[in-house]
Write a protein that binds this ligand. Sequence first.
Ligand SMILES: [Zn+2]
Length: 85
Amino acid sequence: MLIARYLLGIALFALFFFLLKRLIASFLRGSSTKGREGVNLVEDPFCHTYLPREKAIEMRIKGVTYYFCSRNCAEAFEKKAAGVA
Ligand SMILES: [Zn+2]
């Protein structure tokens, strides 16, 4: 009984720590590259649409982070990138 509570405590702590780390990481990333107007525009490399980074879908392909306007563009670009290499 006691060990189960102990393990649950560890699991909750790990989850909390993980969420906190993500929150800090996103906060640091957002504040360090903030544009003059406070909106970061990113280009969708597939359809070449500009959109705010907050609304973009982020995807890492071969160590490079890309931003997409939609899941469709992200998947199409990923397939294209995989096919070329
Ligand atoms: Zn797009």
